[in-house]
Design a binder for this molecule. Structure first.
Ligand code: ADP
Ligand code: ZN
Length: 601
């Protein structure tokens, strides 16, 4: 590693050391070798091209598919004192000329560009005359038909090598299986390519899963425990998004909504409000998130079960890009699962339906699995790990087994005696001795099973019934209004001929696990000081009309609370405070820290 690279990391970005892979990838570019880097979200891909861009003369060309993301990167770099710009079709001719003029005067170190813009002959011809020190291709999986996000413009990027034969190319992505990796190297004509493939794991994300009992209340309670933190709630439909957002707002939770049915203007407004921390919660369909770079998302909730593990992993991956503790909560429900299965089966294209059904089945087995979630996830992506992670609901709160025969018999006979003609809720009502109209009409209050479970809560019985479905003793008959039916295997249980172990229902599991100490953030820091610094940051951000994280991210504020700097020199040691940011904001934060410390004088 060249010493200048590390010096640049420290003086410009204020970071103490390189993260996994960064040094190797930067080295390969400094040695003029093409490279392919597959690094998970939040691992710091941008630093990999930003450092060589600054260390070498000339400028770096960065190809990125999303204009919104480019502007965000440019804003961030400008805050670090790095001159960056983007060239895209929204610029008029005068602005473009101005930009070329700055490039010819070495006034720009990093130029972002969209692929379709770059490939225009006019643009290529002009760029050929400049000293481009590297070409970085972000979201490089888009070149491959095998990836999940193929873009025809990206496939054309293979010609770049012939235009710029001596410029090293860096292909970056967070998702690429073996086939996609080979495709990227071949289609982009990368030469003697250096490959850096990092682990897929996101150790700072805690995976939690919980069955739905009264889902809206569960969600509200969970969010209230994460007050003042930024989060995303994914729902499966536009209607759900609106319902959930309205419910949260009625409970004084600042939430905004986003889905493809809103106008562009409405969507932009919602996104800005959330990015700028004017609202805490974004309730959205999966249409939201691509190109969103907010580093301090502390939790991602799936209010409905996603269709595939790939989707689930990508969406949960939006939590904790800054490396701080974050959570991914999945709420699910047997009837949701059946509903999705039914929807998939309605697809007239049988091959497509089968593929989707397979993907969905993997997702369902993740939801039902009783082993470490991270092991299931990483193994799904072909990364063999055999050690439990210690940071998921199963590891932190292992399911407790008990002798469930008697509970099972009560529930099964209730289904049987009521004629196998109702769903979960009605069975729970009868078990708990409800005397509502339907019960009386059917004279179910006269049955021996009526009220035999009144010592337990509705949630308790719901959990037992669902477990009976999982173990194949009960099935949900979707051809008959999703009524519960006994299977053959229920017989020996009813006769008491076999044993049955069930998991002890855990009703407020998500809340309990969420409260457990996070192993990854060992340091203790003053949360009140953090809150004061957070408010100061918001004031400054509003003044500059920027999102807070562009001023300093949460990791930097936490480090300030740990190091409690009392001088400019000490401030410069804080992770994420480089020279430029020290100049701009250092004194304001030093003052705030000093006034906090002397608040009792
Ligand atoms: P990715 O593109 O891989 O999702 P980013 O490039 O957006 O990740 O970086 C994620 C976060 O990590 C950013 O806030 C960035 O400033 C920070 N970061 C990157 N490299 C380092 C480092 N070496 N030390 C500390 N923070 C870093
Ligand atoms: Zn685990």
């Amino acid at each position: 590693m060249q010493p200048t690279a590390l010096n640049t990391l420290k003086s410009v970005f204020g970071y103490e050391s390189f993260r996994q892979g960064q040094a190797e990838i930067i080295d390969s570019i400094l040695n003029k070798t093409d490279c392919l880097a597959v690094l998970p979200t939040g691992s710091g891909k941008s630093i990999c091209y930003q450092i060589p861009a600054l260390v070498n003369s000339g400028f770096a060309l960065v190809i990125s598919p999303l204009i919104a993301l480019m502007q965000d990167q440019v804003d961030q770099l400008n805050q670090f004192g790095v001159s960056a710009a983007c060239l895209n079709s929204t610029l008029d001719f005068a602005a473009q000329d101005d930009l070329y003029n700055q490039l010819s005067h070495d006034q720009i170190k990093i130029l972002y560009i969209a692929p379709e813009k770059l490939l225009q002959p006019h643009t290529l011809n002009r760029l050929l005359h400049f000293n481009i020190n590297l070409i970085a291709i972000d979201e490089a999986h888009c070149v491959s038909q095998w990836g999940h996000d193929f873009r025809p413009d990206y496939a054309q990027l293979g010609t770049l090598k012939s235009y710029f034969p001596r410029t090293p190319i860096m292909a970056l992505t967070a998702t690429a299986d073996d086939t996609t990796q080979e495709d990227i190297i071949n289609l982009l004509n990368l030469q003697n390519c250096y490959k850096y493939i990092a682990s897929f794991d996101r150790p700072n994300i805690r995976y939690i899963q919980q069955e739905k009992f009264s889902a809206l209340t569960q969600l509200k309670d969970y969010i209230q425990k994460h007050a003042k933190q930024s989060g995303i709630v994914y729902c499966s439909s536009r209607k759900r998004v609106e319902e959930v957002q309205a419910f949260l707002s009625r409970h004084q939770i600042k939430a905004t909504a986003y889905h493809a049915g809103f106008t562009l203007e409405q969507r932009k407004q919602a996104q800005t409000n959330w990015l700028r921390d004017n609202v805490e919660v974004m309730v959205a369909t999966v249409a939201f998130g691509m190109g969103i770079n907010k580093p301090d998302v502390r939790y991602v909730v799936h209010y409905d079960i996603p269709r595939s593990i790939e989707g689930y992993y990508q969406e949960t991956g939006r939590a904790g890009r800054d490396g701080l503790d974050s959570e991914a909560l999945l709420l699910f429900d047997e009837s949701d699962i059946e509903r999705v299965r039914w929807m998939i089966s309605q697809n007239p294209n049988a091959d497509r339906a089968e593929l989707e059904e397979n993907k969905f089945s993997s997702m369902v087995s993740l939801a039902h699995s009783q082993t470490c979630r991270r092991m299931v996830l990483l193994n799904y992506f072909g990364e063999a790990i055999n050690q439990a992670c210690g940071n998921c609901d199963i590891c932190l709160n292992p399911p407790q087994q008990y002798d469930g025969l008697e509970d099972a018999q009560k529930a099964l006979s209730c289904i049987y005696r009521t004629g196998q003609a109702s769903g979960f809720n009605y069975i729970v009502e009868v078990l708990r001795g409800a005397k509502n109209q339907r019960v009386r009409e059917h004279q179910h209050n006269k049955l021996s099973v009526h009220g035999i479970g009144k010592d337990k809560s509705p949630e308790y019985w719901l959990s037992i019934l669902r477990q009976l479905v999982h173990c194949g003793l009960v099935r949900i008959d979707i051809t008959d209004n999703a009524h519960l039916k006994l299977t053959e295997r229920a017989r020996p249980i009813l006769r008491g001929e076999v044993e049955l172990k069930l998991a002890l229902p855990q009703i407020d599991k998500a809340a309990v696990i969420s409260q457990k100490e996070k192993p990854w953030l060992k340091q203790n820091y003053d949360k009140r000081l953090f809150e004061r610094l957070r408010q100061l940051r918001k004031q400054i951000a509003d003044e500059y009309d920027l999102p807070s994280y562009i001023i300093f991210n949460d990791a930097t504020l936490v480090d300030m609370c740990i190091k409690v700097p009392d001088s400019r020199q000490a401030m410069l040691k804080v992770n994420g405070v480089g020279k430029q940011k020290l100049e701009k904001y250092g004194d304001l934060f030093l003052q705030e820290i000093a006034s906090y410390q002397h608040r009792f004088d």
